[in-house]
Design a protein around this ligand. Structure first.
Ligand SMILES: Nc1ncnc2c1ncn2[C@@H]1O[C@H](COP(=O)(O)OP(=O)(O)OP(=O)(O)O)[C@@H](O)[C@H]1O
Ligand SMILES: [Mg+2]
Length: 365
């Protein structure tokens, strides 16, 4: 997947910007607050996912304007494509002149992986960050997953609303039966996708981690279910989620919250057999996050047959020399957009195309 032309109008602080990127590494540099991340964010939007910075679409439009427009020309599977994203109150995608019914319909058309200092949260923060990572990664290669996820989220919201009603004495407890069944069925479906994905992720990320650490350390990843099922069979998964819901019903009513299901699952990550979140050093956590992100990219390439576009926001300065070299060597065949502030860093990226950004405009290449 190669972006050959990029244009943005009224996207955040970008008034009107046109770039012709290189098929290899593109270095976007400039001072703080000039619009470098904004460029990456606008490219990322073509994945069909929400922004990695906000869910509020209107924030993406330049203040004082009512509409933002971003266009990408990119090749994929030997075809040239023109994609347009219009943002007003909502997001609207067009691909080769045809309007997509919804942003979710754009999933899978353009694939990209973002790695930024925030990616550390996948290893470091609460389980919700790891679930979010999984949800985006799986949606990117299996767009149907996002439909199931939406369905599951609605069922969960309905069950939680009912729990509240019951706890306030406004509904019968047995009304929960139908939601428990639905939640278990849809939850099992999501779990199958996630288990399948984690299998590849664990294998590939641990191989990459081994290389990053020079063979000295090992990374281990496992999907952990809140229902504690040991099976990967869908009907058994559904059964165990259902049993978990029944078992925790009293407590769920008291707390007005559903305690079992994929929305409570986690991705367990360890380095040298110690839980990475609690015990790994900053450097190990950073390597872990990098390994996960590169594995995400690799899986897209393996599954879809196209290299995704890699977006590296402000990460080079956080990696030591050895890891920087590893990363650039690893991404040799990929199209990369990387941002940095320090103009002196730019000289390190020999042969790369550079874009000097100031106040949302390109003032030199
Ligand atoms: N909706 C908007 N309308 C106008 N300007 C905006 C909007 N949203 C953000 N900005 C401006 O965009 C700028 C930030 O851009 P961005 O985050 O891309 O900077 P950056 O070059 O990546 O900086 P840093 O090096 O600090 O990461 C800020 O000056 C901010 O005020
Ligand atoms: Mg930035």
């Amino acid at each position: 997947m190669i972006v050959s032309k990029y244009r943005a109008k009224h996207f955040r602080n970008i008034k009107d910007l046109e770039l012709f990127p290189d098929a290899g590494v593109n270095v976007i540099f400039g001072d703080n607050g000039q619009g470098k991340t904004n460029i990456l964010e606008s490219i990322w939007m073509f994945t069909g996912c929400h922004s990695f910075r906000t869910h509020k679409t209107v924030e993406l439009i330049e203040k004082t304007q009512r509409e933002a427009k971003v266009s990408l020309s990119f090749s994929a599977h030997g075809m040239e494509n023109d994609a347009v994203l219009k943002i007003d109150q909502k997001r609207e995608f067009m691909m080769n002149g045809a309007v997509k019914e919804s942003p979710r319909r754009f999933l899978g058309e353009f694939q990209s992986v973002i790695f930024s200092p925030d990616s550390l949260s996948i290893v470091q923060d609460a389980p919700a960050e790891r679930r979010r990572f999984l949800d985006i990664a799986v949606s990117m290669i299996r767009p149907a997953y996002s439909t199931h996820l939406l369905k599951y989220t609605k069922i969960l919201a309905n069950r939680n609303a009912l729990l509240k009603q019951i706890s306030l004495g406004g509904a019968e407890e047995n009304y929960l039966d139908v939601w428990d069944e639905e939640l278990a069925r849809e939850g099992a479906h999501l779990t199958v996708y996630r288990l399948h994905y984690t299998e590849s992720l664990a294998r590939i990320a641990s191989e990459i981690y081994k290389e990053i650490s020079g063979g000295r350390e090992s990374l281990y990843i496992e999907y952990q279910q809140s229902s504690r099922s040991v099976s990967a069979e869908e009907y058994e998964l559904a059964e165990s989620i259902f049993m978990g819901l029944q078992k925790n019903r009293e407590a769920d009513i008291r707390r007005q919250i559903t305690s079992v299901g994929p929305h409570k699952d986690d991705l367990y990550i360890s380095v040298d057999r110690l839980a990475a979140r609690q015990f790994a050093s900053q450097g190990q956590q950073r390597s872990g996050a990098l390994a996960l992100k590169l594995a995400e990219g690799y899986i897209i390439k393996e599954t879809c047959g196209e290299y995704p576009v890699i977006l590296l926001d402000d990460v080079m300065s956080e990696l030591d020399g050895r890891r920087q070299s590893f990363l650039l060597e690893y991404l040799k065949n990929w199209q990369v957009f990387l941002t940095c502030c320090d103009a002196s860093q730019v000289s390190r990226f020999k042969g790369c195309k550079t874009f000097h950004i100031e106040q949302g405009a390109c003032i030199g290449e």
